[in-house]
Design a protein around this ligand. Structure first.
Ligand code: DAK
Length: 259
């Protein structure tokens, strides 16, 4: 367990780790220190074989209200380029275990972009998700025009990015931006239960599925299907594959070892 604010992470006994953004005084706005701390947390967790699934959370008011505008206001182009803050998100994106974003309150700008790097989004009905950058004279710079468009299509992405107006968690679910919408008070519990379920599954199959979806998403279909088939073949080499199938046939619970 590490307690280095502004990010707090914790390993639980059920194979799940939680990573919490903890800057409530700024609605979890993502300043450089927070981005760096998030990257450090994910670096520590991504190579840990005891961690099978990660849940990324904020608090009841905000998952994250975007990049820290107080750190942006005086910056010029050169300064922004030199910060190279994209490297922190690259660490999060490289995580092999599934990452579930559990979203209550605001997920705006860079906050929504961070959520879109995650693999599954569980949102509260009253959450507010949006790309408001245009309202302060900039534009999304870490996936808001690209991952969003791939998730919801051109017309919803254009609406969100060009008006800057947020949508509710319920609408986010309806347009395909979230995996699941639940009452606000049930977000964390739902995400943790889902994560615990994933943590019990054979980890090599889980991480291979994640990799195939992410690598295939932007490849031509034929290439992606080949990639999928090769990955499928590979899983036949695992002990967990034999154990899973044998346990099914013998009508008992499988005992997956991660081998
Ligand atoms: N930055 C800094 N402080 C923020 C903040 C933010 N984004 N959002 C909220 N806060 C702070 C407020 O300043 C306030 O602090 P005090 O004044 O009390 O010291 C405190 O949090 C509470 O906020 P409010 O008083 O405003 O609370 P309200 O409930 O009235 O309003 C709100 C909540 C979320 C609607 C409002 O705070 C708001 O509009 N916030 C700004 C949202 C926003 O515009 N976000 C997008 C920022 S631009 C990139 C990576 C990332 C990005 C770009 C490039 N690269 C790697 C290249 C991302 C860019 C962005 O996200």
């Amino acid at each position: 367990m590490s307690d280095s604010a502004p990010v707090v992470w914790e390993k639980r006994a059920d194979g799940v780790a939680t990573v919490r953004i903890a800057r409530p005084e700024a609605l979890n706005a993502l300043n450089l220190a927070t981005r760096k701390a998030l990257a450090e947390a994910f670096s520590a967790l991504q190579d840990d074989p005891e961690v099978r699934c990660i849940v990324l959370i904020g608090d009841e008011k905000a998952f994250a209200a975007g990049a820290d505008l107080k750190e942006f206001v005086e910056a010029d182009t050169v300064e922004i380029m030199k910060r190279r803050s994209e490297r922190y998100w690259q660490t999060v994106a490289r995580t092999s275990q599934p990452v579930i974003a559990a979203i209550q309150g605001y997920a705006l700008g860079g906050g929504l972009e961070l959520a879109m790097i995650c693999d599954i989004m569980v949102v509260g009905e009253g959450a507010q998700l949006g790309q408001p950058e245009v309202r302060v004279g900039i534009m999304p710079g870490a996936g808001g025009t690209q991952r969003l468009t791939r998730a919801v299509g051109k017309f919803h992405a254009m609406r969100l990015c060009l008006t800057g107006k947020p949508i509710s968690g319920r609408e986010a679910y309806e347009i395909g931006l979230a995996s699941l919408v639940v009452p606000d008070g049930e977000v964390l519990d739902t995400a943790l239960k889902m994560a615990a379920g994933i943590a019990k599954l054979p980890p090599l199959a889980v991480t291979t599925i994640k990799e195939a979806i992410l690598q295939g998403e932007n490849a031509p279909l034929e290439t992606a299907l080949t990639l999928e088939r090769k990955a499928f073949h590979t899983l036949f080499a695992t002990e967990d594959r034999r154990e899973g199938m044998t346990a099914f046939i013998e009508k008992r619970k499988p005992d997956f070892k991660g081998r």
